[in-house]
Design a protein around this ligand. Structure first.
Ligand code: 26W
Length: 818
């Protein structure tokens, strides 16, 4: 279509926006404004804003059709996009006009924004990273498609009852979703189960056919992803599973009504719900089916686009690059081989070369329990043909290894895709590594550990295939949208270019670090943000916190390796000091926690209970709560993050060294003026290098020391016995002081700490408490603290996701930003 006729886009003046909102009210919401609910207004505003993306969306799609342009396909089982409306308004650059239009319509824009239910289609860091990356890809004008699953139920909503986490189903679609556009014509069949059959083709070659047990269908739901003020829109394409009609008909023909309905129910189950496990892999049949489902749809879609662009299969690696966001989509490697070899009759070697050139793999974790593996019987049951293909890939790969390292049988065992010690498994990280031309970790330390440890043999084989791309976060959402006061203060001094040029421009703030009036303005912003959070906690949960106290915040998934319980032990240490009237040097603090625990992760849930129990005890004790308070902010998610990062004085990044691959919350906090107390782990290290050691509170063992201490035999019980202060803290929990005399409830946690303490909480305890003492002292010097805070922000430019995406473009994808 000629693009001329497309110049029908609506204008962005206040009058036009107002008219558009009223128009959508009438034609889409279908109500008279008299009877409007806030949600009705939200829908009308959302449609009006979406409409303003459509013209550029269509022209951006034209670029995807340009055959000379390489497209990035970001394959991810999770996308934690956060609410769309506020972000779209910012990226389209229409905040002022929308605000005025809303005022003239007598509606409150903040209240409207609150109406949006966030699409919680992810667990934590990995899913949010995918969303930040889509923002940066689009802002950098790289044509990209995010491919994933349209879960009907995203991550559960968390409620706290009697201090315990309770999970509530996330019904994010119940009031409709104005951001997605269903594309019924974009649908693909996906086979599952059954068996394979060999046959001879017309040229006498041996071929294999897959005779599936089921076929389901994936339908595309597209959501526009706007770049920052650059008239570029990419797309997030999520697949919803449906029944294949032909199957229904077959069953109906046989008069098997129940069977047909059952088939339909089964088909729709595939995209029903997000697995709420962060880190630990579940090994469930449905999860493997989900992974295969979205990958298969996405690859078929990519091949369709290839054809649309007039290209052939030979062009695939130059036309598209697929990034595997962890191993969750790594079955794509076997699926592309299957498509090429079985369906397009490409010969194996050529298909393999094409596949390896097309894929790249990002690893997000070193924890052994998070490395995905599928038992052979389960795999064979769902994907019989893929298992054969994996065997073939493996046998060719291992024969290369045998040639290279003759007689090294142990190496063969270690590198094989199939784990054959005990029951057999397919190791997805090995498949992803072998089938990709590039493998990357997500922080400098993490990449080093990948090379030394988890993927060491692969690194030795092909050192040039390993890269580091340190994570980043988008300053559009995480500063401009969620900290508007700070954003305008920064822009007042250094202009607005930092929003898209964080690395080069933010540093200009440095020259104001000693400027007393700037410092005062800086403190005013923080104080207002803290007051906002205090109001919100009061209003929503009746909590009382004091904005004049130090806000010490830890928000992230609850996990032993992230050590929320170490934070809790420090709080009890302060509690003891206050009770013993040793309050010298105690700075008033509010400890704020937030985060979800995987529903089946008992110890994580017990940590939540402990935090709430300490909080409640302190609430009821005026002697203590004049100094400290502890609150647990329920249901931490992207939307709630809006109130949290900007209000922090201190950011807790206290994982056991070597365990947190990168962390991205650490970046959000520091960019918003919090100082970090942290271990030598993940991206903390690079943050500290950038902001300067003097502006960072480092404590505890480093990764090498953690490894050494574990090898030499770690005895947490001795640590406990040799440290009176620590002993008092642990004994107080055990005494039932926080559990109304119940001495049993926290036993599993205490037993774990005193037993083997796998995350070295006790070992790092004293260093942490001492470091917190330094924090308190530093906070009491207002000017020095403010200066550190300004320097933290000024020096965080590296951690923009724009920089990360540029790294991927240059080193891994070989794509030139537009
Ligand atoms: C199979 C179960 C499962 C589910 C999720 C295994 C592993 C995961 C993810 C890898 C968990 C995750 O979100 N990892 C986080 O990724 C972030 C983005 O790179 C990092 O910043 C975090 O350090 C890492 O924990």
């Amino acid at each position: 279509m000629s693009t001329d006729v497309m110049h029908i886009g609506p204008g962005n003046s206040v009058a036009e926006l107002k008219e558009s909102i009223l128009g959508h009210f009438c034609f889409d919401v279908g109500k008279s404004p008299e009877y409007a609910t806030l949600h009705d207004w939200y829908m009308a505003v959302a449609y009006s804003v979406r409409e303003r993306m459509m013209e550029h969306w269509v022209s951006s799609l034209e670029r995807i059709r340009d055959k000379h342009q390489k497209i990035v396909g970001y394959l991810s089982a999770e996308f934690l996009m956060g609410p769309h409306l506020g972000n779209a308004i910012i990226n389209l650059g229409i905040e002022q006009q929308i605000k005025e239009a809303a005022e003239q319509l007598n509606i409150n824009l903040d209240e409207i924004l609150q109406q949006e239910e966030e699409p919680g289609l992810g667990n934590g860091g990995l899913g949010r990273l995918a969303a930040c990356y889509l923002d940066s890809l689009t802002t950098l004008k790289v044509p990209a498609i995010g491919y994933g699953i349209r879960y009907e139920f995203g991550i559960f909503d968390q409620m706290i009852r009697d201090g315990w986490q309770v999970e509530i189903t996330d019904k994010w679609l119940r009031n409709g979703n104005p951001w997605e556009i269903v594309k019924p014509e974009l649908n693909y069949g996906v086979k599952l189960g059954g068996k394979t059959q060999g046959y001879t083709d017309e040229k006498g070659g041996y071929r294999v056919k897959w005779i599936p047990e089921y076929e389901i269908r994936g339908v595309a739901y597209d959501t526009p992803v706007p770049g920052y003020k650059n008239e570029t829109i990419n797309l997030l394409r999520l697949w919803k599973s449906e029944a294949t009609e032909s199957f229904d008909f077959q069953a109906f023909d046989k008069g098997d009504y129940y069977g047909a309905v059952h088939e339909k129910v089964f088909s729709e189950t595939i995209s029903k719900v997000l697995y709420p496990n962060d880190v630990s892999e579940a090994g469930k049949k449905l999860r493997l089916s989900q992974q295969y489902f979205f990958v298969s749809c996405s690859l078929q879609d990519a091949l369709r686009i290839l054809e649309l662009r007039g290209l052939s299969l030979d062009d695939l690696p130059d036309a598209v690059t697929f990034q595997l966001n962890d191993t969750h989509p790594s079955i794509a490697i076997a699926e592309l081989m299957r498509l090429l070899v079985d369906e397009y009759m490409v010969d194996w070697d050529k298909a393999w070369e094409c596949t390896r050139k097309t894929f790249a793999y990002t690893n997000h974790t070193l924890l052994p329990e998070a490395l995905e593996k599928w038992s052979l019987p389960l795999f064979a049951h769902i994907l019989p043909r893929h298992l054969e293909i994996i065997y073939e890939i493996n046998s060719r790969f291992l024969s290369d290894i045998r040639n290279k390292y003759p007689g090294d049988d142990d190496r063969i065992r270690r590198m094989s895709i199939i784990d054959e010690q005990g029951s057999k498994y397919v190791r997805m990280a090995h498949l992803a590594t072998i089938g990709s031309h590039a493998v990357n970790g997500v922080s400098a330390l993490h990449t080093e550990l990948l090379k030394q440890d988890v993927l060491h043999d692969f690194y030795e084989l092909q050192p040039d295939a390993f890269f580091n791309v340190t994570n980043g976060v988008t300053p559009r959402r995480w500063i401009k949208l969620y900290n508007p006061r700070l954003a305008s203060l920064i822009s007042d001094r250094i202009g607005e270019r930092w929003i898209t040029h964080l690395e080069t421009d933010l540093i200009n703030l440095q020259s104001f670090a000693d400027d007393l009036s700037f410092q005062q303005a800086w403190r005013d912003v923080k104080k207002q943000n803290k007051t906002d959070l205090a109001h919100l906690l009061k209003q929503r949960f009746g909590m009382n916190i004091n904005p004049d106290s130090l806000f010490d915040i830890q928000v992230k998934r609850i996990h032993e390796y992230k050590r929320q319980h170490l934070n809790a032990l420090h709080i009890i240490h302060l509690y003891n000091r206050i009770k013993q009237k040793r309050t010298d040097g105690i700075t008033p603090r509010t400890f704020i926690f937030g985060g979800k625990a995987a529903p089946a992760y008992y110890l994580a849930k017990l940590i939540i209970k402990l935090i709430n129990a300490i909080g409640e005890t302190i609430d009821n004790d005026p002697e203590v709560n004049q100094f400290i308070r502890v609150v647990f902010f329920p249901d931490f998610n992207v939307k709630n993050g809006a109130h949290v990062y900007k209000a922090a004085d201190l950011s807790e990044q206290i994982s056991t060294a070597g365990k947190e691959a990168s962390g991205t919350g650490n970046m959000k906090f520091s960019m918003n003026g919090a100082l970090t107390i942290g271990t030598y782990d993940g991206a903390n290290i690079e943050i500290m290098e950038c902001v300067g050691e003097d502006n960072f509170f480092l404590f505890g063992l480093d990764a090498a020391e953690v490894k050494a201490i574990k090898q030499n035999g770690y005895h947490p019980y001795d640590v406990y016995n040799n440290n009176n202060d620590l002993k008092e803290v642990i004994d107080l929990i055990q005494s039932g002081a926080f559990s109304k005399g119940d001495t049993n409830i926290f036993k599993p946690l205490i037993n774990s700490l005193l037993g083997d303490d796998p995350y070295l909480v006790l070992q790092d305890y004293q260093a942490y408490v001492d470091c917190q003492q330094r924090v308190s002292a530093a906070y009491n010097n207002e000017q020095a603290w403010t200066k550190m805070s300004i320097l933290n922000v000024a020096r965080m430019g590296k951690f923009s996701s724009d920089r990360s995406i540029r790294d991927y473009c240059e080193n891994i994808w070989h794509v030139t930003p537009g």
